[in-house]
Design a protein around this ligand. Structure first.
Ligand code: IMP
Length: 184
């Protein structure tokens, strides 16, 4: 049985995702032309987005990664996260762009921003592929670039997982309800 059989509906095809990423990368290349920004992303969800976005950017950049685990259940964020891998690079005085797969309640991004801001970067903004704005709790996030708005549904693919599966789907879709409920 193929992984894609568990998908009820495709929200964004591979071509739509790549088109949008090229447009975002062009904008970032213009906005940060003089600054050699540091792109910071969070494993594992943002892995594919970071890989494609960074390759589409045409100015000098550096990249770095953090890894976190969140407490709480799989489909709802509590905002309680633990840093399990910190950045390798110092960010003081750097122009930092936090590259996120999805911002849902915003609690995770808010935690990460507070951690990074304490290190005095020259600037700190967010680039997120997906924005589930209807569920936002923290509404002060500096989201400078957003790929797509998504409805209040659990989405998988292109890095996003359900119980660690589906990350390798090249598109983004909504899981069949029976797949979600069967694993509860
Ligand atoms: P937030 O703290 O509520 O903004 O949630 C952020 C994290 O929750 C994301 O980085 C994802 O790991 C996860 N998440 C939120 N919504 C979804 C979804 O629809 N599919 C997969 N993961 C999600």
């Amino acid at each position: 049985m193929a992984l894609a059989d568990d998908i009820a509906r495709v929200l964004f095809t591979e071509a739509q995702i790549q088109d949008r990423i090229r447009a975002m990368a062009a904008q970032i290349s213009r906005d940060y032309a003089a600054t050699a920004p540091l792109l910071v992303s969070v494993l594992k969800g943002a892995l594919y987005f970071m890989a494609d976005l960074s390759r589409a950017i045409t100015i000098p950049i550096t990249i770095d990664f953090m890894a976190i685990t969140s407490y709480g259940d799989e489909t709802a964020s509590t905002g309680a996260v633990r840093l399990i891998k910190d950045l390798d690079e110092k960010i003081t005085g750097r122009h930092v762009l936090l590259v996120e797969d999805i911002i849902d309640t915003g609690l995770t991004a808010d935690y990460l921003l507070r951690t990074l801001r304490a290190r005095d970067p020259a600037s700190l903004n967010i680039c997120t592929l997906l924005d589930k704005a209807a569920r936002r709790i923290v509404d002060t996030l500096p989201i400078q670039y957003r790929g797509f708005e998504v409805p209040d549904e659990f989405v998988v693919g292109y890095g996003l997982d359900h119980r660690q599966l589906y990350r390798n789907l090249p598109f983004i879709g909504v899981l069949k309800p029976e797949v979600v409920s069967a694993s509860r």
